[in-house]
Write a new protein. Structure first.
Lengths: 323, 305
């Protein structure tokens, strides 16, 4: 009842819905960056919503199965093979013991997800199987997968079977310019009005510094309103008195490179935050890669809540169609 | 575009996307602002409002993670305003507002060889490439030597006013009147390296780095004892089933130690028998504000019992 990692890919980790409830002592949530792809993958193989799956980035892993089971690949647009034969993504696949799942070259998006019936059954840490590599906890020994790792599988899948398929309309596309909707606010008053306008009108380019901690962008320079810094904040105009950072929040240390904080980010610090990407659009962000472009589109709270509700409704409908 | 536009004056309520409510009591750090954050977040926890998923008190602000399907963030802000008017300013004036906490003895070796080696390697990212972080901190805070600066840093207790950044890191604010508070800038450009257990200072806050990693705080010393223990091997961590030692609201006495005591503590840690010296204590913000030095002396006296 296991998977043997023959090639780990670039950085493949075990992820689930995340380690929630410990933000106040500094544990970021971790968990699958593209929540939709992760949830749909579990639904395809008959798993309960919180089962752990594999998240890869850019290069998929090569995985050998020691047991007959059912798997599904979702997320990025990437060719997948089973013992060298092309197999579809966003569809549940029967694999037999001894067969090998492998990936071709990424066509679009950035992160494929591999869901397996029963889930990846690594021990939970603080209530989650998600890997958080910065301090080496969760997942498979607190780290990204390596060649030769043997991943235990759970047995709780309900009616896993091949041939479940997601409708084309429910498969996200991955444009090379992603639009991320965000609520402007928090310390946005620290930017000049011109700079705030520039932030939302610029097509930002994803730099090589783009990972589960955060994505860094380049494309314009932003200026802070000059002020006498408040006591405790430190002297840089980008500094504020250290505070909590929402997951998805955007900061611009130095005014040059905005950073969107993601699921493995620091939970707080002293940089001014100019807004927060709505939670649903972290999925889109997770499917962008170095060199892609991104625009930040302002929305208000009501729009953000509508986006959230629409996504929940869509996911319920997809789950229903796969049951 | 935003529901709440802030100017940095007074309490600001705002939304961090669809999942967070951010409340800034004050743009500047002050103990009354922190005490308000402390009192409000404690009351909020007691009220157990459905949809309030996590409460994260911080220095002069706090953050709440919400499940917007269970409580509308705007409705939550209404509740938070009510709680603020009940307990926010009273936290600094009401003698009955008392926090049950503990005081912890935390040994620190200042001017230690490990942070010294790192800070010398990153001089090009520092405001003053010619000296050390301690020399710089002493000079800009008006001390005539690093020695007298260290005496000030270790001379009065601190309050853990925020936890986070990475798991277990305490932000510590020294319990002294404003004119005696140390303030230093962060590095011009952050270091890519900070030793595990480094004692750092940035803005008005002292920290201990739980694990090695990047960092921008001035480096003044090293703690021999762990504050993060992922495997929960040391008794303090195992007995509380916690990977982190500090809690929001802890009082800390950073005690200056020499190399000999540093090595002794390391020996105990390596034998997996390390225990912090802690004592339960009550902390009354209004009493502290009325008599900082007298209250500090009483707190430290509890630790010596």
């Amino acid at each position: 009842m296991s998977i043997i990692v023959r090639d780990p890919g670039l950085e493949t980790t075990v992820q689930d819905t995340g380690r929630l409830g410990h933000y106040a002592i500094g544990f970021p949530p971790s968990g699958a960056l593209d929540s939709y792809a992760y949830h749909v993958g579990n639904a395809l193989v008959g798993n309960a919503p919180g089962a752990a799956a594999l998240e890869a980035v850019y290069l998929g892993p090569t995985l050998e199965f020691t047991v007959d089971t059912v798997v599904a690949v979702t997320g990025a647009d990437i060719p997948v093979t089973l013992d060298g034969e092309a197999v579809p993504t966003w569809e549940s696949l029967a694999v037999r013991a001894g067969q090998t799942l492998a990936f071709g070259q990424l066509a679009a998006g950035a992160r494929p997800y591999v869901a397996v019936a029963g889930g990846i059954d690594v021990p939970t840490y603080y209530g989650s199987r998600s890997t958080y590599t910065l301090v080496g906890i969760g997942g498979f020994e607190g780290r990204a997968l390596a060649e030769g790792d043997e991943l235990p599988l759970g047995q709780d899948a309900v009616d896993p079977r091949a041939g479940r398929r997601v409708d084309d309309a429910d498969i996200p596309t991955h444009p090379t310019t992603a639009e991320l909707r965000l609520l402007v606010g928090l310390h946005s008053y620290r930017l000049t009005p011109d700079s705030l306008e520039r932030f939302t009108s610029t097509a930002w380019k994803v730099t090589p510094d783009a990972n589960r901690v955060g994505y860094r962008y380049r494309g314009a320079e932003l200026e802070f309103v000059p002020r006498e810094q408040p006591f405790g904040a430190g002297s840089d105009p980008a500094n504020v008195t250290d505070c909590g950072y929402p997951v998805g929040s955007v900061q611009v240390p130095g005014g040059v490179e905005p950073i969107v904080l993601l699921q493995d980010a620091v939970t707080g610090g002293g940089y001014a935050t100019l807004g927060t990407v709505v939670s649903v659009d972290r999925d889109r962000l997770a499917q962008t890669k170095t060199g892609d472009h991104t625009r930040f589109v302002p929305v208000d709270l009501d729009e953000a809540l509508t986006i959230r509700r629409d996504r929940a409704t869509q996911l319920e409908r997809v789950r229903g169609s796969l049951a | 575009m935003t529901d709440v536009i802030g100017t940095g004056e007074g309490t600001r309520y705002d939304f961090g996307g669809d999942e967070f409510v951010y409340v800034e009591i004050s743009a500047e750090m002050s103990l009354p602002a922190h005490f308000a954050s402390l009192a409000i977040t404690r009351r909020l926890r007691e009220e157990a409002i459905p949809g309030v998923e996590e409460i994260c008190p911080s220095n002069a602000s706090y953050m709440v993670r919400v499940d917007p399907d269970r409580v509308h963030p705007r409705d939550l802000v209404r509740e938070l305003r009510r709680i603020e008017s009940d307990v926010g300013s009273a936290a600094s004036s009401d003698p009955d507002f008392v926090v049950d906490t503990r005081i912890v003895d935390v040994p620190i070796m200042f001017a230690d060889p490990w942070t010294h080696e790192v800070l010398m390697r990153f001089r090009d990212r520092h405001q003053d490439p010619s000296g050390t972080d301690l020399d710089y901190g002493a000079r800009i805070n008006g001390y005539d030597s690093a020695e007298s600066f260290i005496d000030a840093l270790a001379g009065s207790p601190y309050l853990v006013t925020m936890m986070g950044f990475v798991p277990g890191l305490p932000w510590c604010f020294q319990l002294v009147p404003r004119e005696r508070q140390v303030e230093v800038p962060k590095y011009v450009r952050p270091r890519t390296e900070t030793p595990e257990r480094a004692f750092g200072f940035g803005g008005a806050f002292a920290v201990i780095y739980p694990v090695k990693g990047a960092g921008g705080y001035q480096l003044f010393g090293s703690a021999p004892a762990p504050i993060f223990d992922g495997a929960e091997e040391q008794p303090d961590f195992a007995e509380n089933d916690s990977a982190v030692f500090f809690r929001h609201g802890d009082l800390i006495n950073f005690r200056r130690i020499d190399r000999e005591e540093y090595d002794e503590v390391r020996g105990v840690v390596e034998a997996k028998r390390w225990r912090y010296r802690t004592r339960p204590v009550q902390f009354c913000p209004s009493r502290w504000l009325a008599d900082p030095d007298g209250t500090n002396a009483a707190l430290l006296e509890v630790l010596d019992r």
